[in-house]
Write a protein that binds this ligand. Structure first.
Ligand code: CA
Length: 378
């Protein structure tokens, strides 16, 4: 774990000891570095997690009731709930979080209700919890207008409630986007039943951040030890994103903005092959997402990655990967993210400062793209 700049044992390092001591950073991880305190850009971190006690309780109550024993995302919530120092960081939207931001040079966090969010609680309870979440997030943004922005939570299982809450989050609460923690009990937004949510996102000018959760077929991953970041997380968001593309959602809602993290969950590396192989699925019968006639896309798959999809760098402070994505997607489509409190260090922040790119591209990466996609002012 990185040492604090002043070499002290306090602050973040102390917080990490308890819950993350099993983690190691080897190989390609950034070398120790100095955070530029006079950087010519603000650092806006765009995938920063939080939660609140009523949600953790609702998740635990439902988990312990045994009524949803096959929901691995709910089990993941139980895992997180048993990590006290992680919960302390996730549940703080004030002094502790801001002190960590100050220590690492983060000017602003875009707050995302952490996975698995409200979409795993007892059916019928999610929308009320999303309202509570969005009120708390909006209050934090009002209290610290130069430090926090936030995405709205919603429970997609309640389509009508989600549409209303997204409208309220945009028009009344002035939140900056929406967050979904990928699949919900094996369902995805590409299914026609959920399209009113996509329509509401577009109508209310809210970018949708699809953040990972435990994959639907988690036992295949879990039994190998990597249902999370090593395979299960990216695979599920990959499926969700490609499902949305092939469902024709971006043809039907051309102003819909989708954001995915972790260097686009590896998808940009495959754009060439996606276009080549598009006919494998495009225009063919796909029972889960068809609405009558098989859907045929208006554009090559790469088009949607150049017009509707943005990616963040969460957890991947790796110059070659970032530059590749800037080259193939365009420098205006890559946003900085840290992934507080799950993956953070001074070394990562310093690695961004050291990256060899033009001042204009660096400012797009660290600040301007976040402002543009999430409508952040101030
Ligand atoms: Ca995250």
């Amino acid at each position: 774990m990185a040492k604090l700049e002043d070499g002290s044992e306090k602050g973040l390092k102390g917080h990490f000891k308890e819950d993350f001591s099993h983690r190691t950073r080897v190989g390609l991880a950034p070398r120790a570095g100095h955070v530029d305190r006079d950087a010519p850009y603000q650092r806006i971190a765009t995938e920063e997690a939080w939660t609140f006690p009523a949600l953790v309780k609702a998740q635990m109550d439902y988990l312990e009731s045994g009524a949803a024993s096959d929901d691995d995302s709910l089990k993941m919530a139980g895992l997180f709930a048993r990590m006290p120092s992680l919960q302390e960081m996730l549940q703080d939207l004030g002094d502790l979080r801001i002190s960590h931001m100050d220590e690492m040079g983060i000017d602003r966090q875009l707050l995302l209700l952490t996975a698995p969010g409200v979409q795993v609680v007892k059916p019928g309870d999610g929308t009320a919890l999303s309202r509570e979440a969005n009120d708390i997030a909006a209050e934090a943004c009002r209290k610290y207008p130069d430090r926090f922005s936030a995405c709205a939570a919603f429970d997609p299982r309640d389509v009508e409630g989600s549409v209303k809450e997204l409208e309220r989050a945009s028009r009344e609460l002035k939140l900056n986007g929406a967050v979904l923690n990928s699949h919900f009990q094996g369902h995805y937004l590409d299914e026609p039943a959920y399209w009113p949510i996509l329509e509401a996102l577009e109508a209310n000018d809210l970018a949708l951040y699809i953040h990972p959760t435990a994959p639907y077929n988690a036992p295949h991953y879990e039994q190998r030890g990597f249902f999370g970041a090593l395979a299960g997380f990216p695979h599920d968001v990959w499926l969700h994103t490609m499902g949305l593309v092939f469902s024709g959602a971006f043809d039907r809602f051309p102003k819909l903005r989708l954001v995915i993290g972790h260097m686009g969950e590896c998808l940009p590396l495959h754009l060439y092959r996606f276009d080549w192989m598009q006919g494998n699925a495009d225009g063919r019968a796909r029972p889960l997402i068809d609405r009558g006639e098989p859907i045929r896309l208006k554009h090559p798959i790469s088009y949607y990655f150049h017009n509707n999809i943005w990616i963040t760098t969460s957890g991947v402070a790796w110059e070659p990967a970032i530059k590749f994505c800037q080259q193939v997607l365009g420098p205006e489509r890559i946003l900085y993210a840290m992934d507080y409190p799950y993956q953070q260090s001074y070394d990562e922040v310093a690695a961004y400062d050291r990256m060899d790119m033009s001042a204009e591209e660096k400012k797009l990466l660290m600040e301007d793209n976040a402002r543009s996609v999430f409508r952040i002012t101030g």
